[in-house]
Ligand binder design. Sequence first.
Ligand code: FES
Length: 160
Amino acid sequence: MSTACEELVDPKQIMLDEIIIKYRHENGPLIPILQGAQEVYGYLPAHVLKRISKTTRIPLARIYGVVTFYAQFRLTPVGRNLINVCLGTACHVRGGAKVLETIEKELKIKDGATTEDGRYTLEIVACIGACGLAPVISINNEVHGRLLPESIAGILAKYE
Ligand code: FES
């Protein structure tokens, strides 16, 4: 039988505290701490940013400034399916913008957003290394290439 104390342990918070301890004595520790925290939580919840602020004594406003400046950081959770639409040169030339427009219309969201039901998150990316298959999207790292706008709905429907 577990004790009340054991039930209160949050393994993610332990990992977060380890990350903070690892970096807080180095110069400019904020970015690696935020990257580590995002790896643990999948995004950067408000309570995590508060804890980082408290333990590093970096003002919360400065932390939010950094988080909102760099596109790599997220303040909201990712949907169950992460769609990356490539707008690198090869994909752009072969109709990537039309593919993006079709996905945006289909899901009623824009770049960086998540559908209300949490099913999809949409992100525009640069080349994902499959230029020969342009235009390309990846969903949960699974690549779909040589896309036509009319094939988008069928592909999206496969991801619950
Ligand atoms: S430009 Fe899209 S995969 Fe390379």
